[in-house]
Design a protein around this ligand. Sequence first.
Ligand SMILES: Nc1ncnc2c1ncn2[C@@H]1O[C@H](COP(=O)(O)OP(=O)(O)O)[C@@H](O)[C@H]1O
Ligand SMILES: [Mg+2]
Length: 332
Amino acid sequence: MYGAVSAVSDLSLAVRRGEFLTILGPSGSGKTTALMLLAGFVAPSKGDILIAGKSVVSVPSYRRDQGIVFQSYALFPHLTVRRNLEFPLEMRGIKAAERAVYVNRMLERVHLKDFGSRMPSQLSGGQQQRVALSRALIADPPLLLLDEPLGALDRSLREQMQGEIKSLHREFGQTTVCVTHDQEEALTLSDRIVVMRAGQIEQTDTPEALYDRPATRFVAKFLGEANILETSAFKVEADAGPPLGTVAMLRPERICVAAQGAPRRADADKRQFVTGIVEDMIYAGPLRKYHVRAGGIGLIVREHVAAGQQIFRPGDEVRLDWLRSDVRFVTA
Ligand SMILES: Nc1ncnc2c1ncn2[C@@H]1O[C@H](COP(=O)(O)OP(=O)(O)O)[C@@H](O)[C@H]1O
Ligand SMILES: [Mg+2]
């Protein structure tokens, strides 16, 4: 609670040793608060936090064995890269000669061997973030906490740094809790993802399970594109009837688009067919995206671009089909 504001409530979460867990949610959903609780910067109004079975709520954050990286790199601006990296080691009482060994090894590891004597302001954003990550990892803490660590970087650098975070996690094996609003980042990095909405956990699962079997409409839409088939004129066929209080959901890449009257595949008896009119076609490199109006609703269809494919244009009549087993039901 921040005064009368309840930023997160009923948050119950078990992080496994060595796991990479991501807290994913829109801005204001309580991600940072959840991480600050874990880090000990904010005390919970109620409840407990255990690390390796021991309560840590009364342990101040500086006494905890954890590394933290924030979106704004928060390097010490008046210290060189080398001195920044030495800091956590110094705090642990490690002698200068030994510190130098650790720092050299780390600088080498993150490809910043020649940057030790630079000041943070003399580094690019990506380099600063690599130093911040290195500083969080250098004393080998059992717990690593990351809050939007790549938020300030441009797209290609983000992807490169995602790879770097992943390989550092593989190498150091820290239990890691990462906060992000970027679903692609969460899917790429995590063993498990916690989806947060308005201060509460909406669903927790592996990236694949969350994407393929979202429990709620919110999760379905937050992790990629989702066709919600609730007001269609056609009746959605499914192998089992829809559970009470749910709506049918189909991922765009599960829908096939073909010309009216095109030959059907061998598994046609497992599929539902509907007709529609193409409203828009968007070419995006390896993918082609169609907006199709069918049964009174707009559907998004995504197909991988391949040789010999028929390309449809706005106004074309098409046949859409999908496996009945690809239909999901999410709570409304
Ligand atoms: N210090 C604070 N005082 C009052 N309200 C706060 C404070 N920090 C965050 N909040 C509120 O708590 C909610 C969650 O914020 P936050 O954890 O920062 O979300 P996120 O990191 O997901 O964007 C928001 O409604 C925010 O306005
Ligand atoms: Mg935040």
